[in-house]
Design a binder for this molecule. Structure first.
Ligand SMILES: [Zn+2]
Length: 303
């Protein structure tokens, strides 16, 4: 429900209208939970419930009447929005990971990423991020009292000091350093063998996106950024980041990596970058298309 231009990234362009004006309307939310068409997707330990038939994985939507069986009264329940037919969609944190074992399974969203549709990822992403936030923010950061979930899962209120708490979004810059006709990809020690990706880091208070791109590129790879071109953004629900993708032209190619951040880094020509995208590069690979790093590399490689 947007007139914005196409965003190439997964976890964007949800088919649901958030209809945020309903969040404070308890009566409307309660009525929606009585409706026979209403759909609910359970999560357990931050894993969404999915069903698999004939090798195809899909969100395991349940009717709202199942809520009393799968979740406690206090469990985080999130109003996700309305589809084109005005059907309300919710997500809930389930009490038990085994309850629905005869119907499907709770599975890791990152692993499911390449197998779910774009629409499904855009629906599950915000639910996972908000549930991650609920799991870590049960107590008021101001006074330490237990907080209460309000506004259909989108806020926590502190009854003791009246502080209001909203779900976190952590901005991260992710950039592809480029010099002449080549680009730099790094790898972290913990990554699977051969995986190379763009550089990335959290944006700090007081920084512009461009300044953060320049600082991180200098810190991690010893490269001086002369120009930043913003590419696209991506909500990244691991746990609740907003990835801000950029191409970063640098002034030289004598990289000097910070061994605390990177295990290695190497330059790739456009031809090599195309092979990475195609998955045909011997000895190295890049993240899958559902990661913004892939889209950044693709944009540059196909220029
Ligand atoms: Zn408080």
């Amino acid at each position: 429900m947007t007139l914005l231009p196409e965003n190439p990234n997964a976890f964007t362009r949800s088919p649901l209208d958030r209809a945020a004006h309903h969040r404070r309307d308890r009566e409307w939310i309660n009525a929606a939970l009585e409706h026979s068409n209403t759909k609910v997707v359970p999560f357990f330990q931050h894993r969404p419930f999915v069903v698999e038939r004939a090798g195809e994985v899909a969100i395991g939507w349940l009717g709202a009447h199942t809520l009393c069986r799968i979740a406690s009264e206090e469990a985080p329940l999130l109003f996700l929005g309305l589809d084109r037919e005005q059907t309300p969609h919710f997500a809930v944190v389930a009490t038990d990971g085994e309850l629905l074992a005869d119907l499907g399974r709770f599975d890791d969203l990152r692993a499911l990423g390449p197998r779910l549709t774009r629409n499904e990822l855009a629906i599950l992403g915000p639910a996972k991020s908000v549930f991650e936030w609920h799991a870590r923010h049960g107590f008021c950061a101001n006074c330490g009292a237990a907080t209460l979930i309000v506004e259909a899962g989108w806020k926590r209120d502190c009854p003791a000091c009246k502080a209001e708490h909203f779900p976190r979004v952590d901005p991260v810059c992710i950039m592809l350093p480029t010099f002449s006709d080549k680009c730099l990809l790094g790898r972290q020690r913990a990554w699977p063998r051969g995986m190379h990706s763009a550089l990335a880091g959290f944006i700090e208070p007081g920084e512009t996106i461009e300044e953060a791109v320049a600082r991180e590129t200098l810190e991690e790879a010893g490269l001086i950024v002369s120009e930043v071109t913003l590419h696209s953004t991506q909500p990244w629900p691991f746990p609740h980041s907003l990835m801000i993708g950029a191409l970063a032209e640098v002034t030289h190619d004598a990289e000097r990596i910070d061994p605390h951040e990177l295990e290695s880094a190497r330059w790739f020509s456009r031809e090599e970058a195309r092979a990475l995208i195609a998955g045909s590069f011997q000895g190295a690979f890049c993240p899958p298309p559902f990661a913004i790093a892939h889209q950044l590399l693709k944009t540059w490689a196909l220029r």
